[in-house]
Design a binder for this molecule. Structure first.
Ligand code: 5GP
Length: 190
């Protein structure tokens, strides 16, 4: 049987080829993540915490962060969407994939890739709070303080960055660039 490689009527979109400029390099990320891991380990010792990874953007950060934690942890995954394929938030947060296990009575560390307006974080915090955890701490690799209209409390912030659209290290533009080992700005989008 021959499997057609693509539908000839819908040509594949061109692969992205933007001009990128590095905002936070690999070494800087590594150093800061070690510091965050030390703080989290000190705060949650003996608490048997659950690391809640917010997909998709935080998966690279969480993978590196948990390997630097000096305490036993379990991990859960939750997926929400607010941006679709756009560079500005749609203003509406949707739960797309739920946690696999109950977190009632547990100490949670909610790990986000980036807090921009704070809308997603506000939604996630309320959603998790309703499940009766013992505590919720928030860790965000990146924070855009200028846009944070929801004034969310973030317990652990990796880097405060300017209000520009960034990609890499888990963050995407239209699904691409998550595999970059650094955080970059897309020149032609700013
Ligand atoms: P917020 O609800 O705080 O406005 O946005 C949070 C979510 O929007 C993040 O988890 C992330 O998925 C997405 N986001 C916000 N700013 C950026 C950005 O600069 N680059 C990328 N790739 N995603 C972003």
């Amino acid at each position: 049987m021959t499997i057609p490689s693509s539908n000839p009527l819908t040509p594949a979109p061109p692969l992205p080829s933007h001009q990128l400029s590095v905002l936070i390099g690999e070494e800087e990320l590594k150093r800061r993540i070690e510091e965050l891991a030390q703080e989290i380990s000190a705060d949650l010792r003996e608490k048997d915490p659950v690391i809640v990874c917010v997909l998709k953007g935080a998966f690279v950060f969480v993978a590196d962060l948990i390997r630097k934690l000096d305490l036993p942890v379990t991990t859960e995954f939750i997926r929400v969407s607010s941006y679709g394929n756009n560079v500005v938030t749609s203003g509406e947060v949707k739960l797309e994939l739920d946690l696999a296990n109950s977190v009632a009575g547990r100490h949670l560390v909610l790990v986000e890739d980036i807090v921009d307006t704070g809308l997603t974080l506000q939604y996630l915090r309320a959603n998790l709070q309703a499940r009766g955890p013992a505590s919720i701490r928030v860790c965000a690799l990146l924070h855009k303080p200028d846009n944070n209209v929801k004034l969310s409390t973030i317990d652990y912030v990796g880097f405060n960055i300017p209000s520009k659209f960034v990609v890499g290290y888990g963050l995407d533009y239209q699904g691409y660039y998550r595999n970059l080992p650094y955080i970059a700005q897309i020149q032609d989008l700013q």
